[in-house]
Ligand binder design. Structure first.
Ligand code: CA
Ligand code: CA
Length: 139
């Protein structure tokens, strides 16, 4: 969660959860940079991320929601918890044309609203780095 403080214990617990539930390539990229695919906890954070992504040269970014464990039950990869805030684009998540869409993205065409998408896509990840007293994001 951008800007929020996290204790070392909470960060460690999140890392342990990642080991169990997250095998995918974009998450591994974030882990290699000391973080995880972004967990969006509020509209304020969502708006912050939209502004951040608008400055980067890509149309789609991975984010940390997934329903690959239980279809239709979306959880954050870093915590395993269901979202308290969501920014889905109208009509999403939709498993488009019956596809198995178990990962989630920010999509520029809808002003970075959220959509479910196949986990096989090749997009840049929006990572969130947990620091002791502050948050950060890398593209
Ligand atoms: Ca799905
Ligand atoms: Ca979709």
């Amino acid at each position: 969660m951008v800007g929020s403080a996290k204790s070392a214990d909470i960060v460690a617990a999140a890392d342990a959860a990642l080991e169990l539930v997250v095998p995918s390539l974009p998450e591994n990229y974030c882990r290699n940079h000391g973080g995880h695919l972004v967990n969006v906890g509020s509209k304020a954070e969502d708006d912050f991320l939209k502004q951040f992504m608008a400055r980067l040269n890509a149309t789609i970014f991975w984010m940390g929601l997934t329903d690959e464990i239980s279809e239709g039950r979306w959880i954050w990869r870093d915590t395993g918890l269901e979202p308290t805030y969501t920014g889905w684009s109208p009509g999403e998540p939709n498993s488009f044309q019956g596809e198995n869409e178990d990962c989630s993205i920010f999509y520029v065409t809808t002003n970075y609203a959220w959509a479910d998408a196949s986990c096989l896509g090749k997009f840049p990840p929006c990572c969130e780095i947990d620091l002791s007293n502050s948050g950060g994001v890398v593209g």
